[in-house]
Design a protein around this ligand. Structure first.
Ligand code: PLP
Length: 484
């Protein structure tokens, strides 16, 4: 089923690359592909404006260089006695130490485990955690699905509500901590939201969770690229028991995730994945698991990805968290101010530019009367801007923020199950990183103004099953661009 959308054709003049030096925040570090141009609907090209960094951050140039350098020496780790294997083992374990330092992990009580991404890290924790029947995991309505679905399989899950503005309801948190005390094993919360950019007071919540006799696991997928993380000593009531994050959101997109936290859980029981590298002794009848971290990392690890992550962490630390925070706050404030001044633009969450420093550079919005997916398609096809639209893998949260009623939600659910995604509620999300600039914001604002005025091409086609708009006039020259 396809629908043609009407509108007005609007020109998209080609901005010179030098416009990137416009007044306002400049890029803090160079990322690969920052100046890449993409085709747009008028037949020209424009520098790609990447405002989808919360989904995945482009690789830093220094990360690519570190990977290039390492690849000359690459070999499998552990047990290999060749020079390259010893060097690769050293690189892998040195990178682990750097990650441990990054999260403030103390090696006596904590362990850093590498896996594929934050989702796998949270699933692994869920599988390995020694839950008993009746145990409760308390999470929130704010969560990404990756920090909600894994818990359903292993424990009873309770949810802390959010306010209409999308903040975690502290009174409900307190009430639920009290209600489930005794049965509550884990408070599983996001360090920061991938939709509203709210940064949660995780250390305060750690204190509350510990006082209720529970531990705390933090989904730091969004937090880690933007703020320092500190597990703290186990004796500190504000310590974090577990954190999970992904390297691809930290400018090192080579397939690595991290689960860091208490050794206790992983020292007991059988590893989730078993095989080579995880054992000390194997007979045809028995197996003896080796020590951490190896016992939890069976098989050949992503050595290149781990080296890339370590380099990215060093780069972020060299720039400095204060500078990163300031840069992002300036871009966020500018975006909120400029988008907020456009009629028919609806901003979600805290839209006050003066509080930008207390949140991440993630701005959700809609143009009233315009499907979110169409706005995103126009931004891409006519303006060369990459944003994301939809529910951002946090459907219960987006439902609350958008004020979707239960009966609307039921209608949507029925339609989705019938493979019709034309009317799925959602928002457009612009998100920033260290290579974002004021000029990126200006392009977004200009583009959204054009959308609001109806100045966009009329030829977008809606794929009902996917809920996505495409324009038949857009080049899909991908096979010519890549030669792998
Ligand atoms: C808050 C949050 N948690 C978890 C994830 C999952 O991360 P990954 O896809 O790297 O596993 C994401 C990804 O967007 C996220 O934003």
């Amino acid at each position: 089923m396809s629908t043609i959308v009407s509108g007005f054709a609007g020109g998209a003049e080609t901005a010179p690359a030098s416009a990137r030096q416009a007044a306002g925040p400049h890029a803090l570090l160079e990322c690969i592909g920052d100046t890449e141009r993409v085709p747009v609907l008028d037949g020209g090209t424009r520098r790609y404006v990447n405002l989808d960094i919360a989904a995945s951050a482009p690789a830093l140039a220094c990360v690519r260089d570190a990977v290039d350098q390492f690849l000359r020496w690459y070999s499998n780790v552990h047990r290999g006695v060749g020079y390259k294997s010893r060097l690769s083992s050293w690189a892998y374990e040195t990178a682990r130490d750097r990650v441990a330092k990054f999260v403030g992990a103390d090696s006596d009580s904590s362990v850093v485990l590498f896996c594929r991404n934050a989702t796998e890290a949270l699933n692994r924790l869920a599988h390995r955690y020694p839950f008993r029947p009746g145990d409760v995991v308390l999470t929130t309505v704010m969560e990404h699905h990756s920090n909600e679905l894994p818990w359903r399989r292993v424990a009873e899950v309770a949810h802390v509500g959010v306010t209409p503005e999308g903040r975690v309801d502290e009174a409900d948190l307190d009430a639920k901590l009290a209600r489930y005390a005794g049965r509550l094993k884990l408070l599983a919360v996001s360090g920061a939201s991938n939709i509203t950019g709210y940064v949660n007071p995780i250390h305060e919540w750690a204190r509350k969770a510990h006082a209720a006799g529970a531990e705390i696991a933090v989904d730091a997928a969004q937090l880690a690229p933007h703020r320092p993380i500190e597990l703290k000593q186990g004796s500190d009531p504000e310590h974090l028991d577990y954190v999970a994050f992904s390297a691809h959101k930290m400018y090192a997109p080579f397939g690595v995730g991290v689960l860091a936290g208490s050794r206790r859980v992983f020292s007991e029981g059988d590893p989730d994945i078993v095989g080579g590298g995880a054992v000390d002794l194997v007979s045809l009848e028995s197996a003896y698991w080796t020590d951490l971290p190896d016992r939890e990392e069976a098989g050949t690890p992503d050595i290149v990805g781990v080296v890339a992550l370590a380099r990215a962490i060093r780069a972020l630390e060299d720039v400095g968290w204060d500078a990163i925070r300031r840069h992002e706050a300036e871009l966020t404030a500018l975006t909120l101010e400029r988008l907020g001044a456009i009629p028919r633009v609806e901003l979600y969450g805290d839209s006050d530019p003066s509080s930008a420093a207390s949140r991440l550079g993630v701005v959700p919005f809609n143009v009233a009367g315009m499907p979110h997916a169409l706005t995103a398609a126009v931004l891409s096809a006519e303006w060369g801007i990459g944003v994301r639209s939809g529910c951002f893998c946090a459907q219960p949260y987006i439902k609350t923020i958008l004020g979707v009623s239960d009966s609307q939600a039921r209608d949507v659910a029925r339609a989705i199950l019938a493979r019709d995604r034309r009317a799925v509620p959602g928002a457009v999300r612009a998100s920033f990183g260290i290579s974002s600039t004021a000029e990126d914001v200006e392009r977004l604002v200009e583009a959204v103004e054009a959308v609001v005025r109806g100045r966009f091409d009329g030829g977008y086609v809606l794929d009902a099953e996917r809920g996505e708009y495409t324009h038949p006039g857009m080049a899909a020259d991908f096979a010519r661009r890549l030669t792998f």
